[in-house]
Design a protein around this ligand. Structure first.
Ligand SMILES: Nc1ncnc2c1ncn2[C@@H]1O[C@H](COP(=O)(O)OP(=O)(O)OP(=O)(O)O)[C@@H](O)[C@H]1O
Length: 262
């Protein structure tokens, strides 16, 4: 079996009396889209928060490319190649789409306080390169015509995609997406599906995604893990998950009425 890019190894997370995750393990294969689904409160966001360094595991650990992430700060995990988006978009609303992406690019194009303050030749070159890189990322998420729009006035679906572009600016190998389809209209979900497929197929990115929108999850996932009350109850290909009696009972049953639609 191919070595995993991400390993969650027997992770337990406890908040006082609440066990948000209980001995959860999963492996993400490089170049795949892996979804985590389950009812509200199942522990999905907690899992992303542990991987990205926002929470610490009470027990167990997380490894990325064979290296332990546990104990590292969020920015250190990001520097190793793991980026994420949040359930509620955290864009700089007054700044343009291009500027929002450039914030993510700063690590690669920073050229010192003095150069920046004086707008030296070196700063101008670095800034022009950052503009170019940010434009490429905007195009990748279908926002090529929106670079000068303020993030706050973009339609919600575009704000979600802008957040993905900003996460991509840190040049991750693994992208963690926290409910990117929440609140999107059906057509916007279709756009998102096309973008995530492109990121996987043509950019070679690995994606770990949480979402309740089964139309998206079933369309794009190579593998799905299911959480319920902090426990992993299933792990498999979309077809296996759709047909699992335990998953239907815990989660998909309530979704059947909308037939995996948005
Ligand atoms: N910082 C925290 N302090 C205390 N309890 C927390 C904290 N974060 C999460 N929890 C609890 O852990 C459990 C799992 O929550 P989590 O947000 O991970 O679920 P989820 O599967 O992402 O749910 P949803 O689909 O509603 O986003 C819940 O009982 C939640 O109340």
């Amino acid at each position: 079996m191919e070595a995993n890019i991400l390993g969650v190894n027997n992770v337990t997370v406890q908040f006082g009396g609440i066990i948000a995750l209980s001995d959860v393990s999963l492996e993400v294969t490089p170049g795949t889209i892996h979804a985590v689904i389950g009812p509200n409160g199942a522990g999905k966001s907690t899992l992303l928060n542990v991987i990205s360094g926002i929470y610490s595991a009470t027990k167990g650990d997380v490894s990325f490319e064979g290296e332990r992430l546990s104990g590292l700060a969020g920015h250190e995990i990001n520097a190793k190649g793991v980026a994420r988006t949040f359930q509620n978009t955290e864009l700089f609303k007054e700044m343009t789409a291009l500027e929002n992406v450039k914030v993510g690019l700063d690590r690669f194009h920073a050229c010192g306080v003095i150069n920046s303050a004086l707008h030296t030749k070196q700063w101008k070159k670095s800034d022009a390169e950052a503009d170019e890189a940010a434009r490429e990322l905007l195009k990748l998420v279908g926002l090529g015509d929106d670079e000068t729009s303020s993030a706050g006035i973009l339609p919600f679906g575009k704000q979600r995609r802008l957040e993905i572009a900003r996460a991509l600016a840190t040049r991750p190998k693994l992208l963690l997406l926290d409910e990117p389809a929440a609140g999107l209209r059906a057509a916007e979900v279709e756009d998102l599906i096309a973008i995530l497929r492109e990121l996987k197929t043509n950019q070679g990115l690995t994606i770990l995604i949480i979402d309740h929108v089964m139309a998206l999850v079933m369309a794009i996932s190579d593998r799905i893990s299911v959480l319920n009350f902090g426990h992993k109850i299933a792990d498999g290909a979309p077809k296996e998950i759709r047909e699992s009696a335990e998953v239907i009972k815990a989660y998909l049953g309530e979704k059947a009425a909308d037939a995996y639609s948005t």
